[in-house]
Every structure is written in structure tokens, then in C-alpha cells.
Design a protein around this ligand. Structure first.
Ligand code: FAD
Ligand code: EGO
Length: 478
């Protein structure tokens, strides 16, 4: 065979026998990214440490429901399941701010089409796994826990069903195994890999609010928020007409509440309107059922190792949940990776470094924004301040709709790159403060002008006369 035809046959082989992609973690991001790779025709295998959640009766784990927004939806749309997921979600068109005195104030998220969706984590995960299975070139492996993998050969070691260790090889390892990623361990052993992990002083617990007379106990189409500085509570609606309330509070405060009476006293003081909605007995039962869960923040860089491994979702960037963006950012990772695969013809050696280059600044920006929201909310956001800030944002946007877009809107309802949204926001803040200065100066000048213009009969006064008048004031001399 001559050189040219051999080259040709080698090429043929490469394009017909697609590369093998192993996705570690069958959570939200893992299942979605598996569909993305399957859609491109790769041989995809998913390895998940838990059992198939579609068979399990009770699924333990983090947050029961999540807020899905534009970025996440765009990614779901790409694999054709956006409509399906949207139909399983409950639109939240506005936040409902619960004041201490029981007053509720709605503030819309934006125009009519701008809403976030409350979706159940388990339902969403089940649908995503079913979507993966719909591709013929995929396989799902449950009860497979990744122990370690080799960056040189791409060989992964799993702890299998029968307790035995199992070795599996892949061309690309996609680490979607969450905040405590086992895939990431190999990154930590490498030079020039940045890594930080921080726990915040707050923990959270989830409480269920049952339906009332067969209906939602509160207005369903809202994200309910009880802003109380360091104590924060939110509630998202579920399809079964319950709400899941999440209480965020410092661990030391959780530790102070030991008895049922102490708990009721605490709620009476901070969230009085919620007691009868949740029910005294249910509140006491749910509160003490599980210990408060921790929240961790993970930042690292880069997100890849050579042409062999890449991190997505919480494995790459776990963030605190105070912006409702963790899952959305992870879903957008899949979209961005896919766009780069188009650009670089699926050449992993080029795609992986480019993904890190493009995505690290954006995910880092989002991690920081989530942390910023946490710090701002716990330090001075009570219900009055919350309302004030959101009305102000809305008013400024109304006056200058093109120039000033609230940060929450850019993050939640657009696909503006996260780091660009931060730059835009800082620029807007400059425009606003400058505008206030100009407005202030002009008000003083204009006011003086009007005063003079409309008091033409004001007698001319000399400096001397003025001084005499001032010195005539008795209280000034003492
Ligand atoms: P995970 O969901 O953690 O999935 C990781 C998967 O990997 C799991 O199935 C796990 O079993 C598996 N796994 C782990 N280790 C291994 C191993 N060694 N081998 C094999 N498999 C393994 N985000 C939003 O967008 N909106 C919200 O409103 C929102 N609210 C939140 C509220 C709370 C209280 C919290 C804690 C988070 C919230 N988030 C929210 C963030 C969101 O939950 C995460 O960003 C999202 O779950 C990340 O998905 P993931 O697939 O990367 O990780
Ligand atoms: C002043 C006023 C400064 C998550 C308001 C900052 C987050 C922050 C946890 C809400 C919405 C989806 C969420 C808003 C702010 C989810 C969210 C927000 C929480 C807590 C959350 C908003 C699940 C911050 N979005 N958000 O504007 O409605 O504003 F309250 Cl504790």
C-alpha cells in the first residue's frame, strides 16, 4: 500500500470508530453532558456511584427543588428536552418578600416572559438519564464509584456492584462528580493547578409546607423570600402543591435550638407567618430530622488535563446557592464545551485548553457573585432593604432600559458571559453614581435659578446688610 492510501484508511478508521467518552457522575450535569457527547456520535458510558434513582424509593441528597433559568434552559433545548422539563416546572414570575409583620410584597422579575422555574431535582435527574438512554451509543452504569484514574492511559478504577474493583479505559474522562469530585484528585497532584475550597459559616435545612384544603398554602407562582439578615428563608413550589422551605442560618445558631419550644420561639421571633403554614408539629419533626447541611465553595483552574480529562459542573466550580445559578452554570458548561467542539473539529488536544481558557473566568466570576450575594444578604438585607433595592433597580432600568440592566437580570435571563456581566455591572454603577452627582449639582443650580427668577421683587442685598442681619441673630452669638 502506498503512503496516500494508508493515510486515507487510517483516517476512515478514526472517523468511523468514534472515540470513547466516560462521564463520571450521573447527577444533573453528568447526565446532560452525556447526552451532548452522545448527540455528537461518541461512544458514551456514564458511571454513577449511586443506584438508579429511577428505581429507588427514597432519594437522599441535597436540595429538593431548584430554580432553573435561561442558561440552563438553553442547554436543555440543545438536546430537545426543554419543553418536557418546562412542563414539569412551576413558573415563578416574581419574588414575594415576607416582612416580619406578615406583610407580603411581590416584585416581578421582569417582563412577562421573564420568570424562573421551580423544578424537582429528582424528576429533573430522572428525565436527563432517560434522555441519555434514548441514544443507542450510550450505556449507563450505576453503583460504579470512581476510585482513581490514570492521566497517562485514561484507565479508570471503579468500585463495582459486587465490591470488586474494575478497570475501564476511555479516550476522554469527563468529571461531573460534584463538589467533592474524585476525578479532580488527579488534578491536585499536578503542577500549576490552582485550587481552593472554603466552607461558609452558614448551614441549611429543608422544611416541607403541606397544601391547605388541597391547594398551595401560599401563592404558587413566586419565589418566597424571608430576608432577615443572617437568617434567611426561601420557599419554592412543588408539583404536589407543597412548598419546600430552605432555612439558611449560621451553624452556631442551629446548635442553640435544641428543644421544640426553643424552635417555636425562634420562628415566632423571625418567621411568625410561616409557623401555621408549615404546622407546629411538622415544623418540630422536620427541623430535627436531619442535621444542618454545609455549603462549600470550590474554585480551581484549569479545568482540563492534557487531552484526556475535563471537569464540568460542581466538580469544576461548586458555589454557594445564594444566586440560584450552580446548576445553570454547570448546564452552560456543556453548551460552551459543545460550541468549542464545533470550532476545533472535536480535536481534544485543542478543545480542552480552549474550554479552560474561555470558561474559567466566567465560572470564577459566578462563584464570586454568589459569594458576594451571600455576604451582602447576611450583612444588611432585611425585607425593607430588599424591596428598596429591587424597586430602585427596576426604576433605573425603566428610565434607561438599554443602559442599565439589573445584575440579577443579566445573570438569570441572558447568556451574557458571567465575567462580562460583572464588568457591565461595575460600569453601570459608575454611570449611576456619576448621574447622581450631575443630578444633584443641577438640582442645586436649577433651584437657585428658579428662586431668583420667580422672586424678582427681592430687594438687592449687599454683603454688609447680610452680615448685619446674621449678627442680629441672638442664638448665633452665644
Ligand atoms: P451533583 O448534583 O453533586 O452530582 C454529582 C453526581 O456524581 C452525583 O450523582 C454523585 O452520586 C456522583 N458521584 C460523586 N462521586 C462519584 C464517584 N467517585 N464516582 C461516580 N459518581 C460519583 N443551582 C441552581 O441552578 N439553582 C438553584 O436554585 C440551586 N439551589 C441550590 C440549593 C442548595 C441548598 C444547594 C446545596 C445547591 C443548589 N444549587 C442550585 C446548585 C446545584 O445543586 C448544583 O450546582 C448541581 O447539583 C451540580 O450538579 P453536578 O451534576 O455538577 O453535581
Ligand atoms: C439586595 C437585594 C441584594 C437563593 C436582593 C441582593 C437570589 C438573590 C438563596 C434567593 C433571587 C434563585 C435565592 C434574588 C439581593 C434562588 C435569588 C436575589 C435567596 C436565597 C435564589 C432576587 C434559589 C439578592 N434566585 N435567587 O432578586 O429575587 O437577590 F433569598 Cl437566601
Amino acid at each position: 500500500m502506498d503512503g496516500a492510501s494508508m493515510d486515507h484508511s487510517a483516517k476512515m478508521k478514526k472517523s468511523s470508530g468514534k472515540k470513547k467518552v466516560a462521564v463520571v457522575g450521573g447527577g444533573l450535569v453528568g447526565a446532560l453532558s452525556a447526552s451532548f457527547f452522545a448527540k455528537r456520535g461518541f461512544d458514551v458510558a456514564v458511571f454513577e456511584s449511586r443506584d438508579d434513582i429511577r428505581c429507588a424509593k427514597v432519594v437522599k441528597g441535597r436540595s429538593i427543588n431548584l430554580a432553573l433559568s435561561h442558561r440552563g434552559r438553553q442547554a436543555l433545548k440543545h438536546i430537545g428536552i426543554e419543553e418536557k422539563i418546562v412542563s414539569m416546572g412551576i413558573p415563578m414570575h416574581a419574588r414575594m418578600i415576607h416582612s416580619l409583620n406578615g406583610k407580603c410584597s411581590p416584585i416581578p422579575y421582569g417582563r412577562k416572559g421573564q420568570y424562573i422555574l421551580s423544578v424537582g431535582r429528582t424528576n429533573l435527574n430522572k428525565e436527563l438519564l432517560t434522555a441519555v438512554e434514548a441514544y443507542p451509543n450510550t450505556e449507563l452504569n450505576f453503583s460504579h464509584k470512581l476510585l482513581d484514574w490514570s492521566p497517562e492511559t485514561g484507565t479508570m478504577t471503579f468500585h463495582g456492584l459486587d465490591g470488586a474493583e474494575k478497570e475501564i479505559q476511555a479516550d476522554l474522562v469527563v468529571g461531573c462528580d460534584g463538589a467533592f469530585s474524585a476525578t479532580r484528585k488527579q488534578f491536585l497532584r499536578r503542577s500549576r493547578f490552582d485550587y481552593s475550597q472554603t466552607y461558609i459559616p452558614h448551614g441549611y435545612i429543608e422544611l416541607s409546607m403541606p397544601p391547605r384544603n388541597g391547594e398551595f398554602a401560599m401563592e404558587p407562582n413566586f419565589l418566597h423570600i424571608w430576608p432577615r439578615n443572617t437568617f434567611m428563608m426561601i420557599a419554592l413550589p412543588n408539583l404536589d402543591k407543597t412548598f419546600t422551605c430552605t432555612l439558611f442560618m449560621r451553624f452556631e445558631e442551629f446548635e442553640k435550638i435544641i428543644t421544640g419550644d426553643e424552635l417555636i420561639a425562634f420562628f415566632q421571633k423571625n418567621f411568625p407567618d410561616s409557623i401555621q403554614l408549615i404546622g407546629v408539629d411538622a415544623l418540630k419533626r422536620d427541623f430535627f430530622k436531619l442535621p444542618a447541611q454545609a455549603m462549600v465553595w470550590v474554585k480551581c483552574s484549569p479545568y482540563h488535563v492534557s487531552d484526556r480529562c475535563v471537569l464540568m459542573g460542581d466538580a469544576a466550580h461548586a458555589m454557594v446557592p445564594f444566586y440560584g445559578q450552580g446548576m445553570n452554570a454547570g448546564f452552560e458548561d456543556c453548551l460552551v464545551f459543545n460550541e468549542i467542539m464545533d470550532q476545533f473539529n472535536e480535536d481534544f488536544a485543542a478543545v480542552l485548553p480552549e474550554y479552560s481558557r474561555v470558561r474559567v473566568p466566567d465560572d470564577h466570576a459566578m462563584c464570586e457573585l454568589a459569594m458576594y450575594n451571600y455576604i451582602e444578604m447576611r450583612s444588611h438585607v432585611n425585607s425593607r432593604y430588599f424591596l428598596f433595592r429591587k424597586y430602585l433597580d427596576g426604576a433605573l432600568h425603566f428610565i434607561m432600559p438599554k443602559t442599565i440592566i439589573p445584575l440579577y437580570t443579566m445573570i438569570t435571563f441572558t447568556r451574557t458571559r458571567y465575567h462580562e456581566a460583572v464588568i457591565q455591572w461595575q460600569w453601570q454603577n459608575k454611570v449611576i453614581t456619576r448621574g447622581l452627582w450631575i443630578f444633584g449639582t443641577m438640582s442645586i443650580a436649577g433651584g437657585t435659578y428658579l428662586l431668583i427668577k420667580h422672586c424678582p421683587k427681592m430687594p438687592p442685598v449687599t454683603v454688609e446688610q447680610l452680615w448685619n442681619r446674621v449678627s442680629g441673630l441672638k442664638w448665633l452669638r452665644t
